[in-house]
Design a protein around this ligand. Structure first.
Ligand SMILES: Cc1cc2nc3c(=O)[nH]c(=O)nc-3n(C[C@H](O)[C@H](O)[C@H](O)COP(=O)(O)OP(=O)(O)OC[C@H]3O[C@@H](n4cnc5c(N)ncnc54)[C@H](O)[C@@H]3O)c2cc1C
Length: 427
């Protein structure tokens, strides 16, 4: 039953998304059999908006970022509304690997031309802070999203890159992070490791669909309003605040509007935010004995583009990577299959002793920035327009930081770390 609904939904989604009255209004951002929306039943559906309403904060986008914002604003007793044009957690959130790591996409020295090493260390520490925040949420409200705190491991299988790993290790160690240098002699993995940096409790993973719904369950009980199938099509700013008009003509009045629409921001700004690529994931069938091989760790290699791996509660491995420049046609099966094939071969070569079968393959848009950080804060020219865009591989952790810092900012408390995520930092 669920299978049929899902396939039907996918087709409808594809048709609606591309054109309205002959004008391209959107791009399909997600394609394939997304593991998390396949394995989960729809836990809860929210009504669409049928009247004009008032609030303080309008959050546009009901992915994991919108839900995180909703949670922090409500926690701080601020009235907020989430408007989602399709269904909760069915955008990028349905395909995120949800491999949470404190480290950034690139190594510290690679980022030197865009930011300082001090800022990289600061970002690493903010990543750890965000991981702790998620853990605190789980401790307070229960683990309804298969959350697991694990170590994180960055490694190379190339002799040529041993020095790079040593430098990364030294920088992190000097920065006060809990790291261990791994080489051929002390390698605990069955992987071919020439050198690597292991970080104690530097990572985590969870089910993003369940996590998004868990946040909304908690927040709606405290007053957050959520509307699905409610697309915002027009925004007006005035002296008092902002009005978001929805596709059925209803108006939501607020004091500020926060863009939490993921990789699609064209309705709100002409700014070209982030460098767009497409990234691919495959998920295996449940496997035997992976904990022995995997050692409770999230793993990233040092390839370019790199591969990243995590396990799931039911003993699957999800591997991602093979990024290609945006915008390839993600309905082009041949093109996508090439990337899926490469990922499968990579996984099999990493774990030759495992009997690996692939069950899910999916891909979607991805955005990164030169300094690997997302965009959090006010538009430089419009103080009623705010952004929470978790661009980069740490999108979910940046959204947590956004939720924490933007809800405080709304109450007048400026966190100096917001500087790192400023919207106009590349102008
Ligand atoms: C393959 C892949 C793997 C990734 N892996 C990781 C990872 O391991 N770790 C990590 O931290 N991050 C990862 N990311 C990044 C991560 O997916 C994103 O940071 C996160 O899922 C984005 O969530 P979001 O809520 O910002 O966006 P989305 O989930 O895309 O949500 C945005 C929502 O806004 C809605 N929307 C858009 N326009 C409107 C409108 N006009 N009106 C109303 N609603 C609107 C959309 O329908 C959508 O539901 C990955 C991304 C991809 C693509």
């Amino acid at each position: 039953m669920f299978e049929i609904i899902n396939i039907k939904y996918k087709q409808i989604y594809k048709l609606i998304m591309i054109r309205r009255q002959g004008i391209i209004i959107d791009i399909q951002y997600v394609q394939g059999d997304c593991i998390f929306t396949r394995i989960n039943k729809v836990t809860k559906q929210y009504d669409y908006l049928t009247e004009d309403i008032n609030t303080d904060v309008i959050i546009v986008g009901g992915g994991v970022t919108g839900a995180i914002l909703g949670y922090y604003f409500t926690k701080n007793n601020i009235n907020a509304v989430i408007l989602e044009k399709s269904r909760i957690a069915h955008g990028s959130t349905s395909i995120t690997t949800s491999l949470l790591q404190y480290e950034l996409d690139s190594n510290a020295l690679e980022l030197k031309s865009y930011t300082s090493i001090d800022n990289v260390i600061k970002s690493y520490k903010l990543g750890l802070k965000a991981l702790n925040e998620i853990e605190e949420f789980i401790n307070e409200y229960g683990n309804a999203c298969d959350f697991k705190r694990v170590d994180s491991f960055l490694y190379t299988a190339k002799n040529l890159e041993i020095k790079e790993m040593e430098e990364e290790y030294e920088i992190r160690k000097e920065g006060g992070l809990d790291v261990e240098f791994i080489n051929k002699e002390n390698n605990p993995f069955s992987l071919d490791v020439k050198a690597g940096v292991s970080s104690k409790a530097g990572g985590a993973h969870f089910d993003p669909y369940k996590y998004t719904h868990a946040l909304l369950d908690v927040s709606t009980k405290k007053g957050l309003k959520v509307y699905e199938n409610t697309e915002v099509i027009k925004i007006q700013y005035n002296e008092d605040g902002v009005i978001a008009e929805t596709v059925y003509g209803h108006k939501v009045k607020g004091k500020i509007l926060i863009v939490a629409t993921g990789y699609n921001t064209t309705l709100f700004t002409k700014r070209n935010l982030g460098i767009k690529t497409t990234t691919f994931n495959i998920a295996t069938k449940p496997l035997n004995n992976i904990e022995d091989i995997y050692k409770n760790t999230v793993i990233r290699d040092n390839e370019d583009p790199y591969n990243y791996l995590r396990t799931t509660d039911d003993n699957r491995i999800i591997i991602g990577g093979e990024d290609i420049n945006f915008l390839p046609d993600i309905f082009n099966e041949e093109l996508c299959n090439k990337s899926y094939e490469k990922l499968e071969q990579r996984l099999k070569s990493m774990f030759p002793s495992l009997d690996i079968g692939i069950e899910y393959k999916y891909c979607g848009a991805f955005a990164s920035t030169q300094d690997n950080l997302g965009f959090l804060g006010k538009d430089p020219k419009n103080k009623k327009l705010w952004y929470c865009l978790g661009y980069g591989a740490n999108g979910i952790l940046f959204a947590i930081l956004g939720g924490m810092m933007l809800s405080k900012l709304y109450l007048g408390e400026v966190d100096k770390d917001l500087e790192l995520f400023k919207i106009d930092r590349f102008d």
